[in-house]
Design a protein around this ligand. Structure first.
Ligand code: AMP
Length: 441
């Protein structure tokens, strides 16, 4: 089945083509027909499944008819980054429609938002807090609203937004279509869905199962050797774009700093950054000027960088759902990806929980040549490929060698030498993991 069967307006079909989408993903196949019929839906879908286009496309189709210059669709998302990504998806898919969307989130000046909200947008993509500010100040008119989307509802709940959402709902026309997207369905979320949806169609893909195109590998290691092992993995694997997860924002900053000092092209995304710093980090990662982004779960929520090749869990996530969310950043929409997780003895229970969810035992890998017995720093630059990567890397070796040869004597060499030197002397994280002192960010 292809997109033509949805009979989208030619201007929308042109957007689909421009983004290179050929086959609808399972969530799109399931959800789009219901939404086009005007039905409410409850969709269980995690990020990476194509859920954004699943609601954006039928919304654009609806808005092609009817008035312009008033907000007719409202999309509520938990984070600024996710709001920006949805806004970008609307811009891409709707590039020929002349429909306009505006983002509404905190941490930036209200005035430009107010101006854009005055008769210049048909779609508002907002985070709950700032949206509520606009509602209270009367700077957003939602009286013409036709469609409401709650995206990543479970995350909004995790982040404490449920009371705000209930307040927002009181200001929306009761006569509307509501689309509810969540990766999981805990009781509070189920109650909220029950309260606001009218005879919804339920659609579900891969409940909490990660996309199958991802291969998972566990790397057992002592806590104090995590940073050298991370660097060794970075050195030994062809990585296009790497997202590294840490448990706390302090550690995200620290690891990014260590990688930077060792000559790796890296930056961090964590809650202590200003909005402009966050945007700079994200843009740099998106456009490839940073190859490695070190982030906490909350900071990385909803990040959509289509070419993330590897997710590395520097710290084990706290729940199997968090694992699913993290690795959902790679292998997006039928591309392949690798998820590496550095595990210590303390993580045994969580490993079992994740294996239960995945329904398989995950591979334990050892990086050959890496000194797992080192005390505070690693002393020998490892030269061997990890066992599991050998086969898949063979074909790429010739290419890498040619490229390395051509770089000799260039800046590429200078950087790798610096990285190597720093790596040899890397001072890295000592002290016990702060398992119970979880940072929010
Ligand atoms: P999402 O789950 O909405 O975050 O989407 C994940 C990624 O899949 C994004 O980079 C989308 O641009 C991409 N995508 C969505 N739908 C399709 C499709 N039908 N074909 C190819 N890529 C898609």
């Amino acid at each position: 089945m292809n997109f033509e069967s949805f009979n989208f307006h030619p201007h929308i079909a042109a957007g689909v083509r421009a983004l290179g989408y050929i086959t609808p993903t399972p969530i799109q196949l399931q959800a789009i027909p219901f939404i086009l019929q005007g039905q409410d839906i409850m969709a269980l879908a995690q990020t990476g499944t194509g859920k954004t286009a699943a609601f954006v496309l039928p919304i654009l189709q609806r808005l092609m008819q009817g008035p312009r210059g008033c907000v007719r669709a409202l999309i509520i998302a938990p984070t600024r980054e996710l709001a920006e990504q949805i806004h970008e998806a609307i811009g891409g898919l709707g590039q020929q429609t002349r429909l306009r969307s505006v983002t509404v989130y905190g941490g930036v000046n209200m005035r430009p938002q107010v101006q854009k909200l005055r008769g210049k947008a048909e779609i508002a993509v907002s985070c709950p807090g700032r949206l509520l500010d606009h509602i209270r100040q009367g700077t957003i008119d939602l009286s013409r609203l036709e469609v409401l989307v709650l995206d990543e509802a479970d995350r909004m709940f995790d982040m404490g937004f449920l009371p705000d959402i209930r307040k927002i709902l009181k200001h929306l026309p009761a006569q509307r279509q509501t689309l509810f997207f969540s990766a999981t369905m805990p009781d509070d979320i189920r109650r909220l869905a029950h309260d606001i949806l009218h005879t919804p169609a339920t659609v579900q893909v891969n409940h909490t199962m990660p996309v199958t195109t991802i291969s998972h590998a566990l790397y057992p290691v002592e806590q104090h050797l995590k940073t050298p092992l991370l660097m060794a993995l970075l050195n030994h694997t062809d990585m296009e774009s790497v997202l590294v997860f840490t448990r706390t924002k302090h550690r995200a900053k620290q690891v990014a700093h260590q990688l930077g000092r060792a000559g790796y092209s890296s930056t961090s995304l964590q809650g202590n950054l200003s909005q402009s710093q966050r945007q700079a980090a994200l843009n740099g990662f998106r456009n490839g000027s940073f190859k490695i982004l070190v982030a906490t779960d909350i900071a990385a929520r909803g990040i959509d960088v289509s070419r993330i090749s590897h997710v590395i869990n520097y710290d084990m996530p706290d729940t199997s759902d968090a694992y699913t969310h993290r690795i959902g950043r790679t292998g997006r929409a039928a591309k392949t990806g690798d998820a590496f997780t550095l595990i210590t003895r303390e993580d045994a229970q969580m490993v079992r929980a994740i294996e239960n969810v995945l329904g398989e035992e995950l591979e334990r890998c050892t990086l050959q040549g890496f000194d797992y017995t080192a005390n505070s720093f690693h002393t020998e630059h490892t030269r061997h490929q990890p066992q599991r990567h050998r086969k898949q890397k063979k074909a790429k070796q010739a290419k890498a060698q040619r490229s390395a040869a051509s770089k000799r004597g260039t800046q590429g060499k200078a950087i790798s030498q610096v990285a190597k030197q720093r790596f040899l002397h890397a001072s890295h994280l000592t002290g016990s993991p702060t398992r119970n002192s979880r940072d929010s960010c």
